[in-house]
Design a binder for this molecule. Sequence first.
Ligand SMILES: [Zn+2]
Length: 316
Amino acid sequence: MHYIIMDLEWNQPLSHRSAQYQRFGSKLIFDIIQIGAVKLDEERRMLASFNQFIQPGCYQKLHPRISRITGITQEDLRAAPGFPGAFGRFISWCGDDFALATWGSDDISVFQQNLDFYLNDGSAVPPVYDLQRLFGDLESAGKNRAGLQSAMKRYGITASMDHPFHSAVSDAYYTALVFQRFPQASEVLKYEQKARELPPAKAQKGEKLDDLSAPSIDLALMSPQALHPNCPACGKRMTVPEGYAPMRDGTWRALADCPEHGLVFIDLVNQENAGGKNPVRRRAQICEQQNPAYVRTKHLQWEAKVASLRQKEVYA
Ligand SMILES: [Zn+2]
């Protein structure tokens, strides 16, 4: 049997208000962008390493913070395969007989969520064992969630320039060095981790999200939930006087007015790619700008948008 020490890096949405997050956030919170791993034999000798960048399928623009921490650039990801291809490569590199271990328990949950989202075929992450918890028990209970760097310090392992921290393959390498110092390799097999359910997207203040039962965006646009949406603050039923117009990201938007709360954006977000049962989500969001001139201009703009859309349909 081989031991495989794995580390993942993942990208996050630029903002929880971004169209991508609104669209995918209930199913996928992070896009894995790098799998790094080191393979050891039963005597814990290092045999090989694995490094794979992954092109994010949902949160395609690298968050500046992630780029800064990991050193990964947009360029690194451009030619990389998507998650399914990268996962296939990784699993075949792992071989037939292996135990997968990580430092801490975050990776497995993110890994499982990416599998569910992109493969959606019931694939499960192989059992993953937590070296951090084993280290905590070896070093007394007080150190239960020690960082990798403090474990390295404990064993006198120094970082080298060749292996910058927070690159998946370097962190896997350092984790493997720590693993080599443990008294007994097989002890780690007592520390199996379970994937946690990651918290779904939360609605922002002044915002309400509902999954509509319409099977497609075309039918959703004609549904009562689209034509008579409720104010997200008081629940009052409103109308959408101009109707819906598509935005650049594929969302359909209409404007509604609550007598008490003012201008409300009603967005129908198509989540078809997310593989869910109710592919259209309605987002009702009270507009931050409520001055009368702005609201009036917005309505005029929408009227023009919808009118030109109708014209195209008539003459198409
Ligand atoms: Zn209201």
